[in-house]
Design a protein around this ligand. Structure first.
Ligand code: ACO
Length: 706
């Protein structure tokens, strides 16, 4: 039999035709009573609701059944509200009844360490082909069919935003808040412990759901980062996904040995994953819903030119500041457009951007100015700001704006901020309903337009390409498994250099000298000046133990450096086994960058690029992506850093070989994907030379997982 799509599997959960409440209580103060009451109050047909309670015959006027098995019709959704110990028993009844989906409100499972009991629930559900939401949830609210299968305070308003939440308390709180703010939802789904159905499945469902335009998620963490990334990439192609990710604290830096590791904390992996999959990341729930409303209501812009129209200088300045923060491009208003705008302002108004209609602005001026702006093919989006003056009515101004918006075909995004009291609130709610997302402050309006732009730009991005990379995998396998066999968690510098070479990452020749004399012979062959560095599997940071000597100019210097290195290392790292001393030619100084990898437990290899050298952690001029990194990702991550400007040729310097660095990023990404045993890679510094002259990895560190 063909496997049902996630959408089909979850339909009985989110758009049920019949609902049983197992644990429907006779006592109004109990959750089981409230769930039943909510279902009826929400307008769900009573003949489709079936209370289950062996001790009762009737609750809230409905006939009660002792077991779900006794319900005379098929059951789509069973909401379970009995104590944890009874849940498996009633779940088995659901399985026998062939219930299609269950939502388990009951707490007392994994969240209190009761892992086995939770796994048992999943086992029962899976063996019967039931999808299971929860346990430990508030329930589900579906405004499409009017199903309030939850113990929230009523149903949210009807709307086009799906809200998935890992926090039940937030679900409860936000029902009231969204009603207050007149924000409509298609669904509100509490996912609790996510024993079976999780945010990824729900993203898949809502992507196909015709009633949902925007998907919002409150997330504390995902269990399957790779699938999250894959599904999010597909979903964002058709609908915006906005995530509020909580829990930003980084894992203990002390436990992480590489530079990349100390910078690529788990939250950074989330950030990179969101960026790569087009998921917008909001920083609080107000922003989450402000953005969701904007994306649900407004069309996407076709270009980057934004105009601000205001009746107050201050509001305009605030919006201008916010525009730079949220990456909006305020256009220079062309003279012919400025002349047209002049008709809607007094002589002391301004046609610079922000366009200031002044405190004298009337409804006609607002309407006229917006119309002229939207009719101009060079304008792509408009921010309208209004401060409530004594000579105007906010609702009147709103009507003027709506008229202009509709008359010009409602094809370009317009956002508004109405600053004032209750009348302004009524006006901006009217505007939002009419397709002009409106807010209480300039910053909120600009941030909402910023979100629209973020999404539009993501959709416009070129297709990702992953070039085939030739490597010598076997050579690397030998080195890694060899080291692991010896119980080592890091490759020696010479081994790491060999790995790099096998993966096409340019490294200098690094022969090993086992005696003073041998070091001299090698130095004479390579040519002076040379560098000497200790080779020991236990020593990762050589400078700290005096294990490295630079710029040695002759044979005598080599002998002296050799002796000094050995002496210092024996003193400062007495436990280290010294295999010898590496001799390498002093490499000409290049621009220092770093390419690295840290394996995140949730998302896998996180690739880093940034300003390199010994100050990496201090500078924190870095950017991240999850492997596999595409050509375009590599380019974008480089452009996100300040060091990129340096590579492009800062203050008349010539451009560096950016292409060769891009290639190193792709090769490190491949190495990390090919060898899950590797936990961290640092290629630092990677000296980058003039365009056409390549780059060279001065030092490569490779560490393995425990
Ligand atoms: N089948 C059907 N009903 C049964 C069965 C059965 N086999 N056995 C007992 N019942 C009935 C009970 O008789 C009772 O009905 P009654 O009041 O008419 O007698 C009803 O089911 C409920 O059972 P109780 O034992 O009274 O349980 P109670 O209502 O006290 O608690 C609950 C059940 C709500 C599931 C509780 O165990 C629980 O888990 N509470 C926490 C819920 C929660 O917080 N979820 C997470 C939300 S997220 C957040 O953070 C806000």
């Amino acid at each position: 039999m063909e496997k049902k799509s996630t959408y089909e599997q979850l339909r009985p959960l989110l758009r049920p035709a019949t609902v049983a409440v197992i644990g429907a209580s006779r006592s109004p103060e109990k959750i089981g009573y409230q769930v039943l009451k909510n279902l009826l109050d929400g307008g769900y047909p009573p003949d489709k609701v079936f209370p289950i309670n062996p001790k009762a015959t009737q609750i809230l006027g409905l006939k009660c059944y002792p077991s779900v098995k006794d319900v005379p019709v098929p059951v789509d959704l069973a909401v379970i509200v009995v104590p944890a110990r009874i849940v498996p028993i009633v779940l088995k009844d659901c399985a026998k009844k062939k219930v299609k989906a269950v939502a388990i409100i009951s707490a007392g499972f994994k969240e209190v360490g009761n892992v086995e009991a939770e796994l048992e629930l999943v086992k029962i559900a899976r063996s019967a082909g039931m999808r299971l939401l929860g346990p430990n949830i508030v329930g589900v609210c579906d405004t499409v069919e009017g199903v309030n299968a939850s113990f929230c305070q009523g149903l949210p308003l009807k709307g086009e935003i799906a809200f998935i939440t890992q926090s039940g308390a937030l679900a409860i709180g936000l029902v009231g808040w969204t009603v207050l703010k007149k924000i409509g939802l298609s669904d509100l789904v509490s996912i609790g412990n996510k024993a079976d159905v999780n945010e990824i499945d729900l993203m898949e469902f809502f992507a196909e759901d015709p009633y949902t335009k925007v998907i919002t998620i409150y997330l504390e963490g995902t269990d399957d980062g790779r699938r999250f990334l894959e599904v999010a990439k597909k979903v964002t192609k058709c609908k915006p996904v906005i995530v509020l990710k909580a829990g930003k604290t980084e894992r203990t830096v002390a436990a992480i040995k590489s530079h990349t590791g100390s910078l690529a904390g788990s939250d950074i992996a989330y950030d990179a994953a969101f960026k790569q999959s087009g998921v917008l990341r909001a920083s609080n729930f107000i922003e989450l819903f402000n953005w969701a409303v904007a994306l649900a209501k407004a069309p996407l812009p076709r270009g980057e030119n934004v105009i601000i129209i205001t009746n107050g200088g201050g509001a305009g300045v605030m919006a201008t500041d916010a525009a730079s923060e949220y990456g909006l491009k305020l256009m220079d208003i062309p003279r012919d457009l400025a002349e047209k705008l002049r008709k809607f302002m007094p002589p002391f108004g301004s046609t610079l951007n922000p366009v200031d209609l002044t405190g004298m602005a009337t409804r006609e001026w607002y309407e006229g100015a917006l119309r002229v702006a939207l009719e101009d093919h060079r304008v792509d989006a408009v921010v309208v700001l209004y401060c409530h003056t004594a000579i105007t009515s906010p609702l009147d101004i709103a009507d003027g704006l709506i008229t202009a918006y509709k008359a010009t075909g409602a094809r370009k995004p317009v956002v508004a901020a109405f600053i004032g009291g209750i009348e302004c609130e009524k006006a901006y709610q009217k505007l939002t309903k009419a397709g002009i997302p409106a807010y209480a402050s300039p910053e909120e309006a600009v941030s909402a337009l910023g979100a629209i732009y973020q999404y539009a730009r993501y959709l416009r991005k070129p297709k990702r390409t992953y070039p085939t990379i030739k490597v010598d995998r076997e050579r690397v396998a030998k080195l890694i498994y060899g080291a692991l066999k010896e119980g080592r968690r890091a490759l020696s510098p010479a081994e790491a250099a060999e790995v790099a070479l096998a993966y096409g990452i340019p490294v200098p020749e690094k022969p090993l000298a086992k005696s003073e004399e041998e070091a001299v012979v090698i130095s004479n062959r390579l040519g002076y000046p040379v560098v000497l560095e200790v080779e020991s599997p236990q020593i990762i940071h050589k400078t700290e133990v005096g294990g490295i000597k630079l710029n040695i100019k002759d044979a005598e210097g080599v002998r002296k450096a050799y002796r000094e290195i050995l002496e210092s290392v024996r003193k400062l790292a007495p436990e280290a086994t010294i295999k010898g001393v590496i001799v390498r030619k002093m490499i000409p100084q290049g621009k220092e960058v770093i390419v690295g990898m840290h394996r995140d437990p949730v998302f896998g290899p996180v690739i880093m690029f940034g300003a390199g050298g010994i100050l990496v952690e201090l500078m924190k001029d870095v950017s991240f992506r999850i492997a596999p990194v595409s050509m375009e990702d590599a380019e974008e991550m480089m452009k996100e850093t300040k060091v990129y400007a340096l590579l492009k040729g800062f203050r008349g310097e010539s451009e560096s070989d950016i292409e060769s660095v891009k290639e190193v990023i792709l090769r490190v990404s491949k190495l990390a994907l090919d060898f899950p045993e590797i936990s961290d890679i640092d290629v630092n510094p990677l000296f980058t030379y003039e365009k056409g002259k390549g780059c060279i990895a001065v030092d490569v560190k490779i560490m393995m997982q425990r």
